[in-house]
Design a protein around this ligand. Sequence first.
Ligand SMILES: [Fe+2]
Ligand SMILES: [Fe+2]
Length: 317
Amino acid sequence: MTGSVSSRAPHYTLGDWNHKAAVRTGKGDYRLPENLEQQLRSRDWFPSAFIPYTEHPLIQEAGRSIAQRLAANHLVHFLDYTTLLEHRVVNRAVETIVHGELALPIPQPMKTAALQLYTDEGYHALFSNDVAEQVAALYGISDRPSPRRIQRLLGLIDAVTPGDRPLAWFLLGFVSETIIAKELLAITRDTLVCTVYRMLRSHLEDEARHSRYFSEVFQYLWSALDPTQRDLAASMLLQIIGLYFEPDLPWLKRSLASVGFNERSALQIVADVLLPDAHGRRVRSGAVSTFAAMRKAGFFDNEHHRRLFAQAGFIDG
Ligand SMILES: [Fe+2]
Ligand SMILES: [Fe+2]
């Protein structure tokens, strides 16, 4: 798939940011609606396509209010994850561009866009936390453990020698910013609680711009790396992409336990998530734009890199 990144010359900007970014144009109202109870009769807290386990017969048998509570749990977990990701991962990656940590010249438009993107992510963290707090208060959700993926992403940085960390940070940001956004844009207005829809929509419109920008910066960076750095980047990308599509199984079990499912039922419910090829399938569908940017940069022209990703089941051999 060639995707939108391949059909345009690089600009290294976020386009008309002053008139498009949520932080510049949004009304800042992410309060839950007055008629929430009425909305919940027909609408959901989270797009069911992204939590397919809630379609499991055991949950369907348990009834709508249980499925709805699980979706609320998932929304709060997702928003807590988003808040941390924006601050601790994406904006840390953006710092490597703004502050010249990548040992390559940064054109002024690229730097300006990075500063704008940093602002966007700060706003995303603000409204994600706002909605998470409201939904957590509504249901009395107090069990909000730090999402495992964040810990694992940060652990990956610790495992890299200090001199290679700016590159590792950048790649964490690149992958995060190029996965999924396009698919999520397909969410529909009338099936979600209006506040959640508005928030996801604002976020994702920004992310479509971020995805294009990070794809361009990746191509620019890749062209400047020497063969040794490219090999290192390839092995880091393989790990990073894999991590972004790992399910948080301990959390899922806790969420299911909170509505009364025992260990045995919980394992039945999440069985599909754990199928041997499920991870590879999630990577292939979620990382389409990531792989398109890598392909355009010439990443897969290298036989070794191509084999690495094919062996992992992420691309065709
Ligand atoms: Fe964001
Ligand atoms: Fe972003």
